[in-house]
Design a protein around this ligand. Structure first.
Ligand code: FPP
Length: 242
């Protein structure tokens, strides 16, 4: 059975991106790393704008990992500043374009004003359905899975569920991405080939694409090329083509 056969033409509905290479982009130009992040934020704008026309319905961007706090303080401050600016300046336009914005990740370490901006953006855009944009912030897949397991354990302890009833669906329903389909395609820029604790559970059957382009150079054309290559790939979900 070819599970993907009824999906012709194959469309990447959920694309997730590990936006890597900002630092190297800046270094190549003899600039401080923060310049790469600034240019990277422009690439975010371009890709978000282009996504719906490419048939993308869900877009998840890895903006800040739970490990990124270990970077030099000025770099963390710059990344949070870019996020602040994005949330302050772009949300009205995102809303006008039918984008629903959500953050995934552990919010407990985020500054109060960023939390307020996220809450405002999520409430304002909740009814939109052109594109679901998930920004992964202080996100780590292992933490997300641990939290989901802990939630299940509490429910077992409270007698709400029987341990034998726990299956993949029950765990999936306790992830932050519970109501979002798994990514069809995960793209990582800059030539690195790893998932770096990004959507580990959700990536079980995702197509992985590693492109050499550094994130600040990534364009709508690159996204279109990735979606085109996805269309040509054969997804079998463990089955055999008949
Ligand atoms: C990885 O490049 C990139 C990041 C850790 C941050 C990504 C952030 C942005 C693109 C801008 C802000 C986001 C939004 C949503 C406005 P790296 O610094 O690890 O690059 P390197 O591997 O070359 O050092």
């Amino acid at each position: 059975m070819n599970v993907g056969a009824d999906q012709q033409p194959r469309q990447a509905r959920h694309v997730a991106i590990i936006m890597d290479g900002n630092g190297r982009w800046a270094q190549q130009r003899g600039l401080p790393r923060v310049f790469g992040h600034r240019q990277g934020a422009d690439a975010v704008r371009e890709v978000v704008k282009a996504a719906p026309d490419l048939g993308i319905r869900y877009l998840t961007l890895f903006a800040f990992s739970s490990e990124n706090w270990c970077r030099p303080r000025d770099e963390v401050v710059e990344l949070m500043g870019l996020l602040r600016r994005y949330l302050r300046k772009e949300v009205a336009e995102l809303n006008a374009n039918g984008v629903r914005l959500r953050a995934i990740g552990d919010r407990s370490r985020l500054d109060r004003d960023i939390l307020d901006l996220i809450n405002h953006a999520e409430a304002l855009t909740a009814g939109n359905d052109t594109l679901d944009l998930m920004i992964a912030l202080n996100y780590g897949a292992k933490n997300e899975l641990v939290d989901a397991c802990r939630a299940l354990a509490h429910e077992v302890a409270e007698g709400k569920i029987d341990p034998s009833a726990i299956d993949a669906d029950l765990l999936t329903a306790r992830l932050q991405t519970a109501d979002i389909p798994d990514p069809d395609l995960i793209i990582r820029t800059s030539g690195e080939q790893r998932l770096s604790n990004f959507l580990l559970w959700q990536a079980a059957y995702s197509e992985l694409m590693f492109v050499d382009t550094l994130w600040p150079d990534f364009t709508a054309g690159d996204l279109s090329a990735a979606v085109g290559e996805y269309r040509r790939r054969d997804r079998r979900y463990g089955a055999v083509v008949g």
